[in-house]
Ligand binder design. Structure first.
Ligand code: COI
Length: 364
């Protein structure tokens, strides 16, 4: 893909705050964005410019049929001053996988990485120190006006960056923190053959009602089970809508197997690799909810945690049910393995530990 990126940014506005812990995740946009158009079968007109409102025809496919996909990744400021990306090739590959499923045009991985690096370089002075990061949000939307149900012939691809602290307010980002999780027994987020395994905006829209209910119960996330009309104890554990889930039982790590209905998380994959390298037994397998319920009730599940780019590794202190029950893992939160995995991944990302898997890409 041979598209020149024209760079004409606002370099004067600094949004980086004094105390990153107090910034609500996902709200503090940096001044500049990358954007590029697709029409006539080609990507063209690539710019890095001040963030501006979009002009869209009200008939755009994104507005009617939710033809939109996105990614979530981060740039880290290391103690040495270097700014690095963590496994960006995985996000890029997943975005192209999402594009194929949603009938949207792919972007050459080399160009995609070049665009991310150019934007992060432009926003370098906005990248906070630990526990802050620059959250990177590549997004693609169908823009052609068309009410017929068919893939758009025109697209906009853009990348926003946000100055970010911890995903869960009240956590510091310096340790795994602790959240409560609401177990949704009457709603699922995806089904077999659906789009649960890609990062389609519509997957998230469908979770908002349940997420609002969880927030009202002071829970930070929702645990979704598979969409099958069988007793809930037989339904497999899926993910939490915005992050994957892991359990520790008898010192081994258990996480749901990828089978097309849950997102293949970059953090999930990294923790599995780190855990194996540390000699922790890993089980990626189908987990019926009854296994979780029994393990929490008899104390054999000692730890549970959420993991994702935004969430990093966040301890789960309890699972809350509609009938008022609360079941907690038996170790104090964060448990020792949760802490070990948090330290290992954050250590690599912020440069306190060697990049033993070769996951970092230096931007500056
Ligand atoms: C991420 O972890 O980057 C995501 O895209 C999930 C979203 C809940 C912020």
């Amino acid at each position: 893909m041979d598209v020149e990126i024209i760079i004409r940014p606002d370099r004067d506005t600094l949004v980086r705050p004094e105390r990153i812990e107090h910034v609500e995740f996902g709200t503090l946009f940096t001044p500049n964005m990358f954007h590029m158009k697709y029409s006539g079968g080609n990507w063209h007109d690539a710019y890095i410019e001040p963030v501006k409102h979009l002009q869209l025809h009200p008939g755009a496919t994104v507005l009617h049929y939710a033809q939109t996909i996105f990614e979530g990744m981060k740039a880290y400021r290391q103690k040495s001053g270097d700014i690095v990306l963590f496994r960006p090739e995985m996000n890029i590959a997943r975005m192209n996988m999402s594009a194929r499923r949603m009938q949207m045009p792919e972007i050459s991985p080399d160009f995609f990485l070049k665009a991310i690096k150019a934007l992060v370089e432009t926003e370098a002075n906005q990248v906070p120190e630990l526990p802050g990061t620059l959250y990177i949000r590549p997004t693609m939307i169908g823009t052609a006006p068309q009410v017929k149900v068919a893939a758009s012939k025109e697209y906009l691809f853009y990348i926003l960056t946000l100055v970010s602290g911890p995903y869960f307010l009240g956590t510091s980002g310096r340790d795994p923190g602790a959240v409560s999780v609401y177990v949704a027994l009457d709603k699922s987020r995806s089904c077999y053959g659906g789009t649960g395994g890609i990062k389609a905006g519509a997957n998230y829209a469908g979770t908002l009602e349940t997420t609002s209910k969880a927030y009202a119960m002071k829970c930070g996330q929702v645990l979704f089970l598979e969409a099958r009309d069988v007793p809930y104890r037989e339904r497999r554990v899926e993910e939490m809508g915005g992050m994957n889930v892991c359990f520790i039982k008898n010192g081994a790590l258990y996480t749901p197997r990828l089978h097309g209905t849950i997102l293949p998380g970059v953090t999930r994959d990294s923790l599995v690799k780190i855990a194996k390298a540390r000699g922790i037994e890993v089980h990626e397998e189908d987990i019926p909810f009854g296994w979780v319920e029994d393990g929490l009730a008899d104390g054999s599940i000692t730890e549970a945690f959420a993991c994702g780019t935004a969430a990093v590794v966040t301890g789960i202190k309890s699972f809350h049910f509609d009938d008022g029950r609360d079941l907690a893992p038996s170790s104090a939160v964060p448990g020792p393995i949760t802490q070990q995995l948090f330290d290992a991944i954050v250590g690599i990302q912020f440069g306190d530990a060697p990049d033993e898997f070769g996951w970092l890409h230096k931007v500056l």
